[in-house]
Design a binder for this molecule. Structure first.
Ligand code: SAH
Length: 217
């Protein structure tokens, strides 16, 4: 997976490659799909959600420019895999998930892998971020939003980086926003498709469920 899907496609940050080689992805995938754990695709998990494609996890992580000690807010814990990769790099992660059963299962996995000390998982609508815990040096949203939420850019530290899929439900652009003082630089980083961010600055509850979101197009 690391050599073919990640390095072979241009992921160059060694910390990301080493972390993804270290984290057992099969522990984050439902038992009946374990044989697909290292496939080049997103996979369904509980609550109608998905674990993102390995390449997408690597790309989003790389765009955050992670380093040990970086304070990251993740919105959309899902299986906990993305949070595990960030924790393995040494980041300190606050992760928000709206489905309590996913949050609970992710907590147990991270504990079993000895990563729980670096990841705090909370249940709720993360679409407005966590203003009371801001600022963050990195914010990663692993669900698609219709537009970049101002509430999230406002919670970036100076120089902080926000990675978020933006666009309509069936196809989005992976967007990187970098805070420079009171200004924001926006970079478009390629097409992707994710499950919807459901909440105040996301989509309405009945947002459609696509089968394989969380991957490049
Ligand atoms: N990062 C995950 C991928 C999760 S898929 C992984 O590595 O497995 C996106 C997740 O975002 C889903 O679990 C979904 O329930 C969650 N989500 C959607 N809207 C949300 C919101 N407003 N607040 C918190 N979580 C949300």
């Amino acid at each position: 997976m690391v050599e073919r899907q990640l390095r072979g496609r241009g992921i160059a940050d060694e910390q990301v490659l080493v972390a993804m080689a270290a984290i057992p992805r099969e522990r984050f995938v439902p038992p009946d799909l374990r044989r697909h754990s290292y496939f080049d695709d997103a996979l369904p998990i509980a609550s109608g959600q998905t674990i993102s494609q390995p390449y997408m996890v690597a790309r989003m992580t790389e765009l955050l420019e992670p380093r040990p000690g970086l304070r990251v807010l993740e919105i959309g814990t899902g299986s906990g895999y993305q949070a595990a990769v960030l924790a393995q790099i040494g980041c300190s992660v606050l992760s928000v998930e709206r489905h309590a059963p996913l949050a609970n299962a992710a907590r147990i996995r991270l504990e079993e892998l000895g990563l729980a000390g670096s990841v705090t998982i909370v249940v709720g609508d993360g679409s407005l971020g966590r203003p009371e815990e801001a600022p963050f040096e990195g914010i990663i949203v692993t669900a698609a939003a219709p537009a970049v939420p101002d509430a999230l850019t406002a919670q970036l530290a100076d120089g902080g980086r926000l990675v978020i899929p933006i666009g309509p439900r069936r196809r989005q652009e992976l967007v990187l926003v970098v805070r420079r003082g009171d200004g924001f630089e926006r970079h478009d980083c390629g097409p992707c498709v994710f499950v919807p961010l459901v909440g105040e600055s996301g989509f309405a509850e009945e947002a459609a469920r696509r089968r394989w979101p969380g991957r490049i197009l």
